[in-house]
Design a protein around this ligand. Structure first.
Ligand SMILES: CC(C)(COP(=O)(O)OP(=O)(O)OC[C@H]1O[C@@H](n2cnc3c(N)ncnc32)[C@H](O)[C@@H]1OP(=O)(O)O)[C@@H](O)C(=O)NCCC(=O)NCCS
Length: 166
């Protein structure tokens, strides 16, 4: 794997990449997608944070968080997608975003809802330390139907314990 990975906060300049990534073949059943005005509104209202992972100069994927730095200290990992799945890039990207969230905000709980049959995503979340909590019934209105989600979370004390000593 490349050692030139780095992470940056996304801006509206990254929308073409973000929108192309969430529209990749086969992703329509796995991850949400927004039209440009919805993304732009998320940048403006400040409730969301976008992160873009780079391998050298090339963007490899993005993560969208909701309730970034919220008073309630719970942040939702709303969307994660990479350009080339199955090569460890998602794990590297999300692990870096998780670290940024715990280091830069007072968040206590990171939570995600994923479709239970998305085993690749589940495996990646588990590898980062997320634990399955249970099924949230009909919680995702997605493609015109209500779908169940598997809720997974990562708490600050567990993440802190998993970090190598400085
Ligand atoms: C989910 C996603 C971000 C994960 O990123 P990734 O780069 O593919 O994931 P990684 O390669 O880092 O890790 C995937 C893990 O799942 C495993 N895996 C791959 N395919 C699998 C499958 N069909 N079933 C079970 N595990 C699988 C891999 O072996 C790897 O585990 P390991 O590290 O123990 O070997 C990426 O696949 C993606 O963009 N998918 C489409 C959008 C999506 O599903 N987003 C998540 C919505 S909740």
């Amino acid at each position: 794997m490349s050692t030139t990975f780095h992470l940056v906060r996304g801006s509206a300049d990254d929308l073409a990449f973000i929108m192309a990534t969430e529209r990749l073949d086969g992703y329509d059943r796995l991850v949400g997608r927004w039209e440009e005005p919805r993304h732009r509104a998320a940048f403006v209202d400040g409730s969301h944070a976008y992160f873009i992972g780079y391998d050298g100069p090339a963007p490899i994927g993005f993560v969208l968080l909701r309730f970034w730095n919220a008073l309630e200290r719970t942040t939702l990992v709303r969307r994660v997608a990479v350009v080339s799945p199955g090569q460890g890039q998602g794990r590297r990207l999300l692990a870096a975003v998780v670290a940024r969230a715990f280091q830069e905000t007072d968040v206590h709980r990171l939570v995600i809802g994923l479709f239970p049959d998305n085993l690749r995503a589940r495996r990646m979340y588990e590898a980062i330390g997320f634990q399955a909590e249970g099924i949230s019934r009909g919680s995702a209105y997605f493609g015109g139907e209500y779908r169940d989600e598997l809720v997974m979370s990562l708490l600050r004390p567990d993440w802190t314990r998993s970090q190598p000593p400085e």
